[in-house]
Design a protein around this ligand. Structure first.
Ligand code: SF4
Length: 348
């Protein structure tokens, strides 16, 4: 299989387990001109760069390019903090730099200080949409995607319309920048009048959340990165969540995690739990990891930060890790049937 020049797409089957999906050679547009203009306009002497995990290795090269464009009197710094979303700005570096550039995510909240550079994927979406047609029998279809593929949203819409579909889209709440955009913690853009939804994008997490949040809808996943079409099946995921809730039902002492990342704080959710449970303790932290919680001797945890940590990494924590809604079930305040995906609204 050849992976030659930039954006090479292949149609040679499901790439999820091959590791090849990662090798798509991409040409990102770092929008250096926009950064240089902002530096000149603000007469800036310090620039902070923040990359998502998958692009951190490109940071030094981008810094080099900027340094050669800006000259020696401007200092360019790279954030080493973990970064999984626009909810995750490195506020330390932001405060200490005149221009702060956040790559790879759409704005959760605009600020004069921050330049958001989206870094769209250049993967062609038409071949995988063609394959997805077989899974979309009805005329009405909802369309959603992630920030990475937002540049092709209108193309996706007209592609479907040309094939006779009535396409339903909507802009979600203020946590989402674009019409049709979903986040791992927010599916408000899928509150639409169609029983089937086409999700175009990489990975399974978003469509799983979407399917749990909208159990009455059929969610078809067209993944142009891994070259595969599937229908979201929440069963395995639900079992994992029910398992965690069951294991937490006997818990006496609870650690309630309040995440200090700028766009992940749910203070009221966290303090409500602690105020109503004498055996619950509020723990503040930025990055929530199994290692960081291991030394706490609680029977179970509740994570009020990013729901992906709870659901993706849940099994790696040494004690059950629940979402706030799951906590209410585990302590008997809500029935088991109320189990749902943990979504997150608002910004900060
Ligand atoms: S809270 Fe989690 S799912 Fe939501 S935007 Fe941030 S990293 Fe993504």
């Amino acid at each position: 299989m050849s992976h030659g020049s930039s954006g090479t797409e292949t149609s040679e089957g499901d790439l999820r387990k091959t590791g090849l999906a990662l090798k798509h050679d991409r040409e990102w547009d770092y929008e250096l001109d926009r950064i240089v203009s902002a530096v000149n306009e603000r007469d800036a002497s310090t620039v902070g760069l923040q990359f998502p995990e998958g692009l951190k290795r490109r940071g030094p090269a981008v810094a080099d390019d900027l340094r050669s464009l800006l000259g020696d009197d401007v200092h360019v710094m790279i954030s080493g903090q973990p970064c999984y979303g626009a909810c995750d700005l490195d506020t330390y570096l932001m405060r200490r730099t005149d221009v702060f550039v956040h790559f790879g995510h759409s704005p959760m909240k605009e600020s004069e200080k921050i330049i958001y550079v989206p870094l769209f994927s250049n993967v062609d979406v038409a071949p995988i949409m063609e394959e997805a047609i077989g899974e979309l029998p009805e005329e009405e279809v909802g369309l959603v995607t992630t920030a990475q593929h937002m540049n092709r949203f209108e193309e996706m819409r007209s592609w479907l319309e040309q094939r006779g579909y009535t396409v339903h889209t909507r802009r979600g709440d203020e946590r989402l920048t674009h019409e049709g955009q979903v986040l791992g913690c927010n599916y408000a853009s899928a509150d639409i009048d169609a029983d089937q939804i086409l999700y175009v994008g990489g990975g399974k997490f978003h469509p799983l959340g979407l399917a749990m949040e909208h159990p009455d809808k059929r969610v078809v996943i067209a993944d142009p990165v891994n070259n595969v079409v599937t229908v979201a099946d929440t069963e395995k995921f639900m079992k994992q969540r029910y398992g965690a809730v069951h294991r937490a039902m006997d818990a006496e002492r609870w650690g309630v995690v309040f995440c200090t990342k700028i766009g992940q704080g749910r203070w009221e959710v966290a303090t409500d739990i602690v105020e109503n449970n004498d055996d619950a303790y509020l723990i503040t932290m930025d990055e929530v990891t199994p290692d960081r919680l291991r030394n706490f001797d609680f029977d179970a945890f509740v994570n009020t930060g990013c729901p992906r940590i709870t659901t993706d990494d849940g099994p790696q924590f040494h004690k059950p890790m629940l979402t706030p809604g799951e906590y209410e079930i585990a302590v008997g305040n809500e029935p088991l049937e109320s189990l749902s995906f943990d979504t997150f609204h608002g910004t900060w």
